[in-house]
Ligand binder design. Sequence first.
Ligand code: ADP
Ligand code: MG
Length: 319
Amino acid sequence: MASEFDLIRRHFTRAPRHTALAVGDDAALLQPRAGMQLAVSTDMLVAGTHFFPDADAEALGWKTLAVNVSDIAAMGAEPRWAVLALSLPSADEAWIAAFARGFFACAEAFGVDLAGGDTTRGPLNLCVTIFGEVPVGAAITRDGAQPGHDIWITGTPGLASLGLAHLRGEIALQGDHARRCLDALHRPRPRVGFGLALRGIASAMLDVSDGLLGDLGHILERSACGARIDVPTLPLADLRAAGADDDLARRCLLSGGDDYELLFTAPAARRDEIAALGQTLGLPVTRIGTVTAQPGQLLLREADDREHYSAPRGYDHFG
Ligand code: ADP
Ligand code: MG
C-alpha cells in the first residue's frame, strides 16, 4: 500500500515552471509579477453532488482544475498557481494516476503550476484553490454593468446540461452530438483568452456555472440593474440541431449549469471590437440582451415582442 507521501511524490509532484517553491515544503512560495494583483478563488467538487461517484477519473481531474481556471478567466485574470486538497476513500493508484493525468493536462493547457495541497482519507472530495494574476485595477468584476450596456455570452451555453440530460435518459443524443455535449460536460474549456481580451472592454463579467439566468442575476444584483433578454437572439441552433426540442433547448441554455462560458456586459460602442474578438479567437460570441435601469428586474422578450418576467434563479445547493 502506497503511503500518502509516495502518492504525493509519484502523482502530484511535477517540476514547476514559474514557482519559487512548490510541492514538498510546509508552504509554497508564490511571487506575483510586479504591478500584479492576485485573483484567488476556491471550488470544491463533491461526489454525488457535482459528479457521479463512478465518473471517469481523468475527466474529473481535468474538470476539477478547469472549473477553477474558469473563475480566474471570469475576472479577466491569468491563471498561475493552484493548490489541491484531496479526500480519497482509498489509495487506488490507477484512479489517482488517471486523475492526475487529467489535472495536469488542464494545468499545462492553461499555464498553471500545482504549488501544493493536502491529501487525506475520507469521502471523495476534490478541492482546488487557484491563484491568478491581473494588473492592479484591471480585474473585471460583477458590479460594473450600466443601463444601456449590451449583454453577451461566449460559446454555446446549454451543451453541458444537454449532455447531462442524455446521461439521465431524458433524451437520446446521437453520434457526434452526444460526443460534443458529453465533452462539454466532462471537459469544459475555460475561456481564459477571451477573458483576458475583454480587459478594458467588458463592464461586468462572470462565468456561467449555475445557469445563465441565475448567474446574470448575480451581475444585476451587484450592479443594481435589470436586464431584458431578446429570446430570438439566443444561440439555440446547435442545441436544436443536436435533437433538443424548443422547450429543452431553451431550458438547457437559460437554466442549465456547468457551461463555464463567459457572460459579460459592455457599452454598445464596443460591439464591433467584441465581434472581432470572437473571430480572432475562434469562439462564437452572441449579443443576447440589454441592461436596464430597474434593479433586479429580468424581462424576456419573445419573438412576437411579448415580454414577461423571469426569476433570475440558478442552481442553489441550499435552495
Ligand atoms: P503538512 O503535514 O506540512 O501539511 P503534507 O504531508 O500534508 O504536509 O504535504 C506535504 C507536501 O505535499 C506539502 O508541500 C503539500 O503542499 C504537498 N501536497 C500534499 N498533498 C498534495 C496534493 N494532493 N497535491 C499537491 N501537493 C500536495
Ligand atoms: Mg497537510
